[in-house]
Design a protein around this ligand. Structure first.
Ligand SMILES: [Zn+2]
Length: 320
């Protein structure tokens, strides 16, 4: 389905809410859409690997002509075992992607008429879980790396590092010349030691990249890991941090504003990672031609993302 030009607006994804409504008139059309995206490169039976086009039963099961096995179209997607209509899920995804700043759990619960706040909250987290798949390719070129502090009430210590009761978030962003920014990656880290910062860079940035940091010693070992380290010692230049690290400074400010406005700052430490994933997904697709394309990208990832249970979401810290 996806050719060199990429997905086509109005054909592969809806452009407006009116089109959304006609794309997904009933459950069967929602299931057909999942099938189409999930097996965009041709169907293959999960059990016997047959490529024979399957029957689709009226209950939404895929019936293999070769081995006779039946699986739900939604098996092994984030929609697996949902008790809600797929259309409600699709609508949640439309709301999350069509609004510039996304949706809050309370907003989603109200608009969709979901039974509880917990359900809306769990849905949003499942969607964020799907969004993180977008972040697989590592950054390259010139990349600014720095940390920022989210939440808490205390002011930071010396140069903001070593502050207590705040979440430390490492941020890496591609810097374009003469101006502009590329993709971003973020992760909550336990502290600002090299043991936390170096693995963050190794996980998210291609070796050979030029890493721009301030003078913090936590970054000193970058050359040992194959990076070109370009250190700007702030006390030498006299520049405030936002001049030396404009990309990270901008992301940090936008992220904090988003957490405070859309989510009223009510983000607990152990769930912050999910919000970072959503913010990263949005930022890295900020140049998408339309909001419908964002919906399509999220749907693409939702159909290949193994579902997480509510328990998992509530209990697990997914990075540290
Ligand atoms: Zn089969």
């Amino acid at each position: 389905m996806e050719n060199k030009q990429g997905p086509i607006a109005g054909i592969d994804y809806p452009r407006t809410f009116k089109e959304f409504d006609s794309f997904f008139a009933d459950e069967a059309s929602c299931r057909a859409y999942i099938f189409r995206l999930r097996w965009a490169n041709g169907y293959q039976c999960l059990k016997c690997s047959s490529n024979a086009p399957p029957w689709i039963t009226s209950r939404g099961y895929i019936h293999c002509r070769e081995c006779g096995s039946e699986i739900s179209i939604t098996a092994r997607t984030i929609f697996e075992s949902t008790r809600n209509p797929l259309k409600t899920w699709f609508l949640a995804m439309w709301l999350v992607t069509s609004q510039k700043d996304g949706a809050s759990a309370l907003g989603l619960q109200r608009v969709l008429g979901l039974g509880s706040y917990q359900t809306a909250w769990a849905w949003l987290h499942k969607l964020r879980h799907a969004m993180v798949r977008s972040g697989r390719a590592r950054l390259s070129g010139h990349v600014e790396v720095d940390e920022t502090y989210i939440g808490g009430t205390k002011r930071g210590g010396k140069r903001g590092r070593g502050a207590s009761k705040k979440n430390i978030v490492a941020i890496a962003i591609e810097v374009h010349f003469p101006k502009g920014f590329g993709r971003v990656r973020m992760r909550r880290i336990a502290d600002v030691s090299g043991a936390s910062l170096i693995p963050f860079v190794c996980d998210f940035v291609e070796p050979g990249a030029v890493i721009l940091t301030d003078g913090w010693c936590g970054y000193n070992d970058l050359p040992k890991h194959g990076y070109i380290h370009n250190k700007t010692v702030l006390s030498n230049t006299g520049d405030p941090a936002h001049v030396a690290m404009p990309g990270v400074h901008r992301i940090s400010a936008l992220l904090k504003r988003w957490l405070l406005s859309t989510h009223q700052g009510s983000v607990s430490a152990k769930h912050l990672d999910y919000y970072l994933d959503e913010y990263t997904f949005r930022f890295n697709r900020r140049t998408s031609r339309s909001r419908g394309l964002l919906f399509y990208r999220l749907m693409e990832q939702a159909v290949v993302t193994v579902p997480t249970s509510y328990r998992n979401i509530v209990d697990v810290n997914h990075n540290i």
